[in-house]
Design a protein around this ligand. Structure first.
Ligand SMILES: [Zn+2]
Length: 106
């Protein structure tokens, strides 16, 4: 997967106003090709007070977003597509498709 935990991303598509949201990837779910972005894709669920929870109100739950709906943010040029390059040692690393800068996780 091109997006990893710790990446700063912008959500480019999605429901409930998450499009345009920027945040850090909290969890990556490679099997589902989804990520959980801090503060994005919140589902607000009203919950009635019960003896079990002792808490009433709105519960926020982070929803996974498909990686095709987020773009990695390059420090130099903003949201960008991710490419790959290989260094002298044969190690693959991610680069910005626009400016060629290496993209590092925070
Ligand atoms: Zn760039």
């Amino acid at each position: 997967m091109k997006i990893r935990k710790g990446d700063r991303v912008r959500v480019i598509a999605g429901k409930d106003g998450v499009a345009g949201h920027e945040g850090v990837v909290m969890f990556a779910l490679p099997e589902q090709e989804k990520v959980i972005v801090e503060g994005a894709g919140m589902v607000k669920r009203h919950q009635r007070q019960t003896r079990q929870t002792q808490q009433a109100g709105i519960i926020d739950k982070d929803m996974p977003i498909h990686v095709s709906n987020v773009m990695l943010i390059c420090k130099a040029c903003g949201p960008t597509r991710v490419g790959y390059a290989i260094d002298e040692g044969g190690k693959k690393f991610r680069v910005c498709r626009k400016c060629g800068e290496e993209l590092e996780s925070n």
